[in-house]
Design a protein around this ligand. Structure first.
Ligand SMILES: NC(=O)c1ccc[n+]([C@@H]2O[C@H](COP(=O)([O-])OP(=O)(O)OC[C@H]3O[C@@H](n4cnc5c(N)ncnc54)[C@H](OP(=O)(O)O)[C@@H]3O)[C@@H](O)[C@H]2O)c1
Length: 245
């Protein structure tokens, strides 16, 4: 029932929810692998956490690259000799109406938000099977429950996919492996800067005026991890009290 000494790999740990989760789990005694593309940011966070006694591995990773995701999991298992939790958190929210045909941004969201999560599953599942234990925590969203259109259609598509994949995974993995889909509303992070469409950026900025701190998601993730091994928290939805969507 403890987080202490659990080995947790977090993708997208260089900012926002991933960074807040790393800090929160470090305080609770977890050992961490931090992954993202911006290595300098990861090293700064890792140095701070190491100074407080946390064991931290940093692996520069682009989650759209299957080999890099495999290397990220391999490095974690090499260093800590096991992996208890993978948090597939890296994500991009590029809001724009479909009429804008921002196909490059659709591709990026599909590659990061869906394929990145699947690559994480492909690399971690054999480790969890061998250990006969493990926990997948995937970041979906309230946009994985409801579509905000025009603008959020493709982002929602990716987050519905994460929710569907997480539930299918739950049904397939059997009794020794846990799966959690985290579905937040507006949370303070760099996510709101993901679109290149000015009008949508303004609408997102407005929605995010009510955003709650990233630590609120970190605490929800910790709650899922700290349950006894036979208790699987499958979905957590959390939003600012003021948010309608
Ligand atoms: N904030 C919210 O309101 C909210 C609500 C619901 C769901 N979520 C979900 O929460 C997750 C985290 O987002 P956030 O809000 O914390 O946003 P964020 O501050 O923008 O963080 C996104 C993280 O993903 C990483 N990332 C992006 N592309 C990547 C790639 N190709 N490979 C590896 N890492 C990549 C970024 O790091 P690098 O740039 O260094 O690679 C960054 O660390 C996302 O999946 C998001 O959809 C957020």
């Amino acid at each position: 029932m403890s987080i202490e000494n659990k080995v947790v790999l977090i993708t997208g740990a260089s900012s926002g929810l991933g960074e807040a989760t790393a800090r929160h789990l470090a305080e609770r005694g977890a050992k961490l692998t931090l992954a993202a593309r911006r290595q300098d940011k990861l090293e700064t966070i890792a140095d701070e956490l190491r100074a407080k006694g946390t064991e931290v591995e940093v692996v520069q990773t682009d989650v759209t690259d299957r080999q890099q995701v495999q290397a990220m999991v391999d490095r974690t298992v090499d260093r800590f000799e096991r992996m208890d939790v993978i948090i597939n958190n890296a994500g991009l929210m590029a809001i724009a109406p479909l009429d804008e045909t921002k196909v490059d941004e659709w591709d990026k969201m599909i590659d990061i938000n869906i394929k990145g999560v699947l690559y994480g599953i492909a690399s971690a599942l054999p480790v969890f099977r061998k250990q006969q234990s493990g926990h997948f925590i995937n970041l979906s969203s309230v946009a994985g429950i409801k579509v905000s259109a025009p603008g959020g259609t493709v982002y929602s598509g990716t987050k519905y996919a994460v929710r569907a994949i997480t539930d299918g995974l739950r049904a397939e993995v059997g009794e020794h492996i846990r799966t959690t889909s985290i579905e937040p509303g507006a949370v303070e992070s760099e996510l709101k800067y993901g679109t290149s469409h000015d009008q949508s950026a303004k609408a997102v900025e407005k929605l995010y005026e009510q955003a709650i701190p990233a630590d609120s998601v970190a605490r929800a993730i910790a709650y899922a991890i700290e349950q006894p091994t036979d208790v699987d928290i499958n979905e957590i939805v959390l939003r600012p009290t003021s948010q309608e969507f």
